[in-house]
Design a protein around this ligand. Structure first.
Ligand SMILES: [Zn+2]
Length: 232
């Protein structure tokens, strides 16, 4: 199927995406070569663009080059959102690329896709098949993870964390391992570090501020035995 600009098609995808006004889906392409779906999103030219620094509605200076974000699959087909994001011309802050509502500033994934990665990370016993299924490698999973941890940290400064889990997970193909520190009471990932060694466990724990670390009552381990002590 070629690129579709029919309003019946684009409007349908716009509903599915639940995009905020005035973002619009302007085209959808079902690509046979890699069985993917590409959704083109646009900020209509008649609308002013908010400056990402101060939020002021500014004239659109121009549009950045097309960027793509991986989104949740559509009927098992890898799905990407594409957009030429407007650059706002702010009298105070100059020309800045507008913030999009579906993704963080530097991510190549939409926030919804990132949430899915985190869910998989929390639920999967072996991460290999999951990562393979999502077609992500360790570095991508880690980038998503790091962003989620950062967002989490911003929100939980003063919270107490009573019970944490340290789990080993394998990522991608082969035997690439990581250590995941999670909050057992709130089912969220706190940190992910590469490898499954004592050093990586220490590193994961020390991602938490000292005050929080001092309040932890339980650390549940689900690790490779050699992890508990030096390898023989
Ligand atoms: Zn501004």
């Amino acid at each position: 199927m070629k690129r579709q600009t029919d309003r019946n098609v684009t409007g349908f995808f716009q509903k599915l995406l639940e995009l905020e006004d005035p973002w619009q889906v302007v085209a959808v392409e079902l690509r046979d070569e890699d069985r993917s779906v590409e959704i083109e999103v646009e900020w209509p030219a008649s609308y002013k663009a908010p400056c990402p620094e101060c939020g002021r509605a500014c004239a659109v200076y121009d549009h950045a080059a097309t960027r793509w974000w991986r989104h949740l699959d559509t009927m098992n087909r890898t799905t990407r959102l594409g957009c030429r994001v407007p650059r706002s011309d702010c009298p105070t802050h100059g020309v800045k690329t507008m913030q999009v509502p579906w993704a963080g500033p530097n991510s190549r994934f939409t926030e919804e896709f990132e949430l899915q990665v985190i869910e998989v990370l929390l639920l999967a016993r072996s991460q290999s098949q999951a990562a393979q299924h999502l077609e992500l490698n360790w570095h991508q999973v880690h980038a998503v993870q790091a962003a989620a941890v950062r967002r989490g940290l911003e929100r939980r400064d003063t919270e107490d964390i009573a019970r944490v889990g340290l789990d080993e997970k394998s990522f991608g193909r082969g035997h690439h391992y990581g250590t995941v520190l999670s909050d057992l009471d709130h089912r969220r990932v706190l940190e992910v570090v590469e490898h499954r060694t004592q050093a990586s466990a220490q590193q994961a724990l020390h991602a938490l501020p000292e005050e929080q670390l001092a309040k932890i009552k339980v650390v549940a381990l689900d690790m490779w035995p050699a992890f508990m002590g030096p390898p023989r």
